[in-house]
Design a protein around this ligand. Structure first.
Ligand SMILES: *Cc1c(COP(=O)(O)O)cnc(C)c1O
Length: 399
């Protein structure tokens, strides 16, 4: 997909619009599958991007699905994933939501002892489950996306093993899988290996273990100089450790991972229009027809997205601060060099496939953008832009 294709899409479907390049998702998936042993499985963490067309595309590639809510499970089934290819990894949900997933026959991952005990008491060994362990390894690009640290709400602390064993013993629970997801942007592959060693140790307490799920942490570069997780090198190291463990212990298990942004981040291009160029005493602002209601990562995580001016690629480079049109400070980027931006120019945010549209809202009563899938050289509208009536859809007028 070229910049020319993007400009054409902006012309045809208007802005703001999220565009996803299917080829990019495919090549990211293939990088993973060719880097690990054939038996290693990848569960697309679909909270990063759940448009049904993306789910169907990922299903056709052969990936499995990691879901964090019952609705994601239902979307996955609707997209064609069979139940055994879906893992449900919720946190802080009630037993009723877990029972709903049970009725759909998907794998279930339990992340606290209270629910574990309730589940075991009610169902014993009749439905095998996963345990989400918090190994307290600090990982992840920043505190907000790190889930393994001591203050994190996620998982069952590794220091609670005695309690887990007690619950297992008294309820006869059947634990088929162990899971950990320590953070979203792990820079050092050694963190995975450290986690794997912990899983190996824990596996001794779970005789029925069939699966070890290492979560995600696969990183993609958002700015120059940043690196993508070297999956080739990681694959080699991980498979070596796994083979050695299997040989030493005679144990068998399947290794799973749950990449989200690794699969879809790069595929996404978010197109906006420059509405105004506003020079103040201290800076030159570009005000675009979007805001944190459409792309919140820069404000929520201080994350960096490359921005380019697609309309004027040869213009003189100047320094701009790119902001949204929301009545709240919504700065996408400070002091960026962009080819001269004029009012009406189309700008693109790169790497916007993951946690972009998915985290969008109607703040300021603004409408959610359209989504387009670029597949086999053609642009397909996969979600229409919201309309004014959508804002009132669930409101009940009593006055
Ligand atoms: C969010 C999440 C992932 C995916 O994280 P990425 O950084 O997008 O790869 C994987 N597993 C679980 C349980 C998650 O909550």
């Amino acid at each position: 997909m070229t910049n020319q294709d993007l400009l054409q899409i902006a012309e045809e479907f208007g802005t703001p619009v999220y565009v996803y390049d299917a080829d990019s998702i495919k090549s990211q998936y293939e990088k993973l599958t060719t880097s690990f042993a054939e038996s290693t499985k990848f569960f697309y963490a679909c909270k990063s991007l759940t448009n049904i067309n993306i789910l169907k595309y990922v299903e056709k590639l052969g990936a499995n699905l990691d879901c964090v809510s019952i609705n994601e499970v239902k979307l996955g089934l609707k997209a064609g994933f069979s139940a055994e290819r879906i893992l449900f990894t919720p946190n802080c949900v009630d037993l009723a939501e877990i029972e709903e997933a049970m009725a759909l026959n998907v794998h279930i991952n339990i992340d606290n002892i209270s629910i574990l005990e309730q589940f075991g008491t009610k169902y014993g060994d009749s439905y095998p489950v996963f345990l989400r362990i918090n190994p307290h390894i600090f990982a992840g690009g920043n505190y907000k996306i790190s889930t393994g640290h001591i203050d994190s709400k996620f998982g069952i602390s590794i220091h609670q093993m005695r309690h887990i064993e007690r619950v297992m013993k008294s309820t006869n629970l059947n634990i088929e899988g162990l899971h950990m997801h320590t953070g979203s942007e792990i820079k050092d592959p050694e963190v995975f290996l450290q986690g794997l060693e912990i899983m190996f140790e824990l596996s001794e307490s779970f005789p029925n273990l069939k699966y070890i799920d290492m979560g995600s942490g696969f990183k993609v570069p958002y700015q120059k100089g940043e690196l993508e997780t070297d999956v080739k090198a990681l694959g080699k190291k991980v498979e070596k450790a796994v083979a050695q463990f299997k040989k030493e212990t005679g144990k068998e298990f399947e290794l799973w991972f749950e990449p989200g942004k690794y699969l879809v981040s790069k595929s996404g291009h978010f197109l906006v229009k420059s509405n105004v160029i506003k020079q103040t005493t201290a800076t030159v602002f570009v005000g675009v027809n979007s805001g944190f209601n459409h792309l919140i990562r820069p404000m929520f995580y201080d994350s960096y997205h490359v921005i380019e001016n697609l309309t004027n690629p040869k213009g003189t480079e100047r320094i701009y601060t790119v902001v949204g049109n929301i009545c709240e400070t919504d700065t996408f980027a400070w002091d960026r060099k962009l080819h001269e931006v004029r009012e009406g120019d189309i700008l693109v945010f790169r790497n916007a496939g993951a946690y972009g549209f998915e985290m969008s809202s109607n703040f300021n009563s603004r409408l959610k953008p359209a989504e387009v899938l670029f597949l086999d050289g053609k642009a397909h509208l996969i979600r229409k832009r919201e309309e004014f009536d959508d804002l009132l859809k669930n409101q009940i007028e009593v006055l």
